[in-house]
Design a protein around this ligand. Structure first.
Ligand SMILES: [Zn+2]
Length: 268
């Protein structure tokens, strides 16, 4: 499932494909829905709109046009690319004047798009915590929101209300880097721990963005390029292998429905 670094790479690659200000010529849908029905009047509303910019918030892509925000979530298997050859599971085609045609492809259809009027407040992000790469995600903030929380540290960091855009891979990796156990209770965190978490989360995300994201199964950016960060995983998917730091075994355990990977020696 694409996380923040992958979505950020999709965003950057899309911006290289579509020149800023490109005017939307036609939007074609090949089915009525993805995870949710496509917005009513989507094609009609976007015709003639200029694509001004492409932003990211958490794991959402936000296409900004003259009048609208078009939100796109990749779900499990969603991908954007420039159309050259049509493929199975191409659900949406977005054609620009004198320019490329973007395609949204999604075999499992857990992705979705939604359309929002720019003149109205965008409430889709209200429940989301701060961006992990922004200033407001700092040790004091983490300490404050962790008070009294019984959740294990891993679940606490996966909760999008606390910090936005983190998923299983990068939380496992960041906790290893910070030397903290995924099972430690959030309320036990000290300021020093919070400093380490913030630093580790930023470091992991920035390295992963630089590496083009992680390709576990089929992730590619909009230019068809796979990520390489999976080659540098320290714990994720490495159960039974030797810890890169202490040479002890990397362990795996189911935690809140997901696999947690950690080193019991290096993470306390
Ligand atoms: Zn270790």
């Amino acid at each position: 499932m694409p996380e923040l670094p992958e979505v950020e790479n999709v965003r950057r690659s899309l911006k290289r494909i579509v020149p800023a200000g490109a005017r939307s010529r036609r939007l074609t849908l090949h089915r009525p829905d993805l995870r949710f029905p496509f917005p009513l009047g989507l094609s009609e509303k976007l015709v003639g709109e200029r694509l001004l910019d492409i932003h990211r918030r958490a794991k959402y892509l936000i296409f900004e046009t003259d009048r609208f925000w078009l939100l796109s979530h990749l779900g499990m298997t969603g991908s954007w690319r420039e159309l050259s050859t049509p493929a199975l599971h191409d659900h949406l085609e977005w054609e620009f004047e004198n320019g490329p045609t973007l395609v949204f492809n999604d075999p499992r259809r857990f992705g979705f798009v939604s359309l929002h009027d720019k003149s109205r407040k965008l409430d889709a992000f209200e429940a989301l915590g701060p961006e992990p790469l922004e200033e407001d995600f700092d040790a004091e903030y983490l300490l404050r929101i962790s008070r009294g929380k019984l959740q294990p540290l891993k679940s606490f960091l996966l909760d999008q209300k606390n910090v936005a855009g983190l998923g299983n891979i990068y939380v496992c990796e960041a906790l290893f880097l910070s030397g903290l156990s995924p099972f430690k209770k959030a309320r036990q965190l000290k300021l020093e721990n919070c400093r380490k978490i913030v630093k580790s989360v930023r470091k992991i995300l920035l390295s992963a963005i630089d590496a083009g994201g992680s390709t576990i199964r089929d992730y590619k950016n909009a230019e068809g390029k796979s990520g390489a960060f999976q080659n540098g995983f320290r714990v994720y998917g490495r159960d039974g292998e030797a810890c890169r730091k202490c040479r002890g075994p990397i362990r795996i355990r189911r935690q809140a429905g997901r696999s947690t990977f950690w080193c019991a020696t290096c993470q306390k």
